[in-house]
Design a protein around this ligand. Sequence first.
Ligand code: AMP
Length: 211
Amino acid sequence: MISIALSKGRILDETLPLLKAAGIVASENPDTSRKLIIATSRRDVRLIIVRATDVPTYVQYGAADLGIAGGDVLAEHGGSGLYQPLDLKLARCRLMVAVRRGFDYEQAVRQGARLRVATKYLQTAREHFAAKGVHVDLIKLYGSMELAPLTGLADAIVDLVSTGNTLQANDLIAVEEVAQISARLIINQAAFKLKRAVIQPVLDALTRAVK
Ligand code: AMP
């Protein structure tokens, strides 16, 4: 038996057709079901539904053998104990620095100002600004980061941008790309060795489905 950790929402919507192409069909719709462990058309494969940020943790500790997680979540987690063999090219978006329209980000950076940056992605943001030599005070938020520059909590945010509609609706503009993001398949390193006979064909089928 192998378990695949998935999260509800954007990634799940795009993942289910991919799993189907690999011969794995959920026995009920994880988006509407209240079940957290869902059987599939394959007796030896089950789905475990967890929060997006918890997917790497379940796989790292072997509570799930495989998982599908966003690159943003993986960067924050650090990837310890995980193989990341396949970019699924799903849920694509960009992690961006954004500021209030009218705030001169370039000028602030040039002047060496100490910027206050609100984000869910502390680790990734810290590395990004350190690499640029920009001094920042990071403020951890758990959601609605767009509010931070509008209320004076922060000068800038680091957040995911897909269509750009959310930024536009809140009078914010993206000023810098931090990373390009997409969902990736992750595999517990020990499980990949011990259950290779089951996992390798699933990996091969997903690789074909992505292509
Ligand atoms: P958009 O308005 O299409 O640019 O989407 C931006 C909002 O959706 C922000 O609140 C983001 O945090 C969130 N978002 C965008 N892309 C993703 C993604 N791939 N996964 C999770 N959240 C996302």
